[in-house]
Structures are given as C-alpha cells and as structure tokens.
Design a protein around this ligand. Structure first.
Ligand code: F6P
Length: 325
C-alpha cells in the first residue's frame, strides 16, 4: 500500500476533521501518499479527488463539519456506480481506503470490499453512538455536551415560567444521546426507543413530580422513540388534555447537535482512530472498523460493526429514575 484515500460519508459529526488530519499526517509520517475524496462515495464515483499533504490539514483539529464534505450517495447503491468508483481509484493509484462514517457508509464499504477486494478501514463517525465495536463514536461526546448546554438553557426558562418542556434530541433509532444527555441535564423523564415507559407511567411520573414539589420539568425524547406512539407535539397535546395544570412547550434541537467545535475527548479519539486506521492498513489488515474498547484501540470486522447490536446500559435507566425523584 502506497496511496491511501480518505473520505467522510453520511451525516457529519464533530471530530471528522480531526480524523482526516490524523489520517493525512499518519500517511506522511510513513512516507506514503494520501488522497482526499470529496462528498463521500459520490465523489469517488465522480473522481472528485485532491492530493493531501501534512500542511493541507493545518488548523482543522478544532473545526466542526468536514472539510471533505459529506453525502449519502444513491449511485453507490448500484454496481455501475461502485465499478466507476473502483476505476477512478485505480486510475489515480489509490490502493486502500479509510472511510469515516456511520453504519450506512460501512454497509457500502463492505459491499465494495467484497466486489473488488479493495482494502478498507472504517472509522465510526456519527453522533448517534449506534455502532457495535466501540464505546464511543466520533462526535457523540461533543453532541452530548451540546445537548446538555441547550437543556441547561431551556431549564432556566422552564423554571422561570413553571413550565414542562418536551425536548426532542437526535439519535435516529438509538436512545444513547437522549439517555446520557438526559441524565447529565437532570431530566425528569427520558423517552427512548429501547425502553417502553408508556403514556400512563409518563403521566403518573409528572403527577408525582408536582406532588413532590417540582415546579418545572424537562422530558427528553429521542427522535426514534415510538414507545408512546406520539411525537413531541402530540405528547404536548396529550399532557395538556390529561394534566391541565401543566403549561407545556416543545423544543426540537435538530441539526445544531451535529455542529460545533469537537470536544477534547472527540479530538483525541479522532487522532487515535486516524493513526490506528492507517497503520492497520499498512500491516495488511482490511475490512475492519477501528473502535475504542476499554480505552484501547481495537479492530472489529466491518460486518460485525454493522450487524452487532449496540445496547443501552440498563444501569443508566435506574440512575435516571433515582436521581430525578
Ligand atoms: O445519523 C446522524 C443523524 O444526525 C441522526 O441523528 C438523524 O436522525 C439524521 O442523521 C438526520 O439526517 P439528515 O441530516 O439527513 O437530516
């Protein structure tokens, strides 16, 4: 391997730039070439490439987003698209790839590896923390801090007006952001897809809060939660109908959760993952994802990373119940 391509794919996450920087500089350290591929797999199909040396990644360790841009490529879902991408890589002499993205990107990467035998190493970049084989995905810690900061602010106004707020957070089908940020921000209740709280228990809990002397409340709702059968706006209506003493508002945090300067944790994680990804390729390994397990960099087969289930920690549910009393 003497030329590695690097790309970011799927939803961006804070720390992707720090990972690109680490990949580019690890290549330079080992005297091999590095090519940046723009707009993920779509740029691979269109041949949107740029040579990257160690000075091309100056001053990005602290920047949110991704300088290589990101996309969810429909063309890469078809064999013709993947074949074109393979030919483009061959034409410029790229003979291994580092793919920074989530499970959708890894699924595409896996197929590409199987079809063309192309050496690939994945770095888990998503705020959702929904990937098996790593305790933390890149950007998750920053997103948690962003959410906690937002809820702290919402709490100020909730408390001034004696209000109940439903705060919707991202996470796709996983409740990691909701559960952890909910505990960190002292939420009264947390609704996540992995645990069925039920509408009745939500109402009981809000009644209990009032009885216990709480004048305002925060309920964090994961966007993927289907357990109540209601979205945040319908939940507001339901509570207003059943507990008229509550003055209810809704706040959907949205894409702000994906932006911003990465936390120190994410910068260090990105740097470690970037180094490990390139050095693993140079050792001849392929079709793995780099992850953080017990504070060590470990490799998990891509297939397992995609298919393995990434369960929530039940202890956290209990901690939330006890501390929100
Ligand atoms: O996977 C990251 C994520 O931000 C999810 O939390 C969210 O459901 C989704 O991407 C939003 O995607 P888009 O940017 O396409 O709206």
């Amino acid at each position: 391997i003497n030329k590695i391509g690097v790309l970011t794919s799927g939803g961006d996450s804070p720390g992707m730039n720090a990972a690109i920087r680490a990949v580019v500089r690890t290549c330079a350290y080992h005297n091999i070439e590095c090519i940046g591929i723009y707009r993920g797999f779509q740029g691979m199909i269109e041949g949107d490439f740029k040579e990257m040396g160690p000075r091309s990644v100056n001053n990005i360790v602290n920047k949110g987003g991704t300088i290589l841009k990101s996309a969810r490529s429909k063309d890469f879902m078809h064999y013709e698209g993947r074949k074109k991408a393979f030919e483009n890589l061959q034409n410029v002499g790229v003979n291994a790839l580092v793919i920074i993205g989530g499970d959708g990107s890894f699924t595409g990467a896996e197929i590409f590896n199987k079809e063309f035998g192309f050496p690939i190493m994945g770095i888990p970049g998503t705020i959702d923390n929904d990937i098996y084989g790593t305790s933390h995905t890149l950007g998750y810690d920053t997103a948690l801090n962003t959410v906690v900061e937002c809820i702290d602010k919402i709490r100020d106004t909730a408390s001034s007006h004696n209000r109940l707020f439903f705060v919707e957070v991202m996470g796709r089908d996983a409740g990691h952001i909701a559960l952890n940020a909910g505990i960190g921000a002292g939420a009264e209740e947390i609704l996540i897809p992995e645990e069925d709280l039920g509408l009745d228990r939500l109402i009981e809990s809000l009644e209990r809060s009032k009885k216990n002397g709480k004048t305002s409340s925060i309920v964090v709702v994961s966007e993927g939660d289907k357990t109540t059968g209601k979205n945040v706006f319908e939940l507001k209506e339901y509570v207003e109908a059943n507990l008229p003493e509550y003055d209810v508002r809704v706040s959907v945090l949205g894409h702000m959760q994906r932006g911003g300067s990465p936390s120190c944790f994410d910068r260090v994680l990105a740097s470690r993952m970037g180094v490990k990804a390139v050095e693993s390729l140079l050792e001849g390994k392929s079709n793995y994802m780099v992850g953080l397990l017990n504070d060590k960099m470990e490799l998990t087969p891509l297939e397992q990373a995609i298919k393995g289930s990434c369960e929530i920690d039940k202890e956290l549910l209990r901690v939330s119940d006890i501390t929100s009393i």
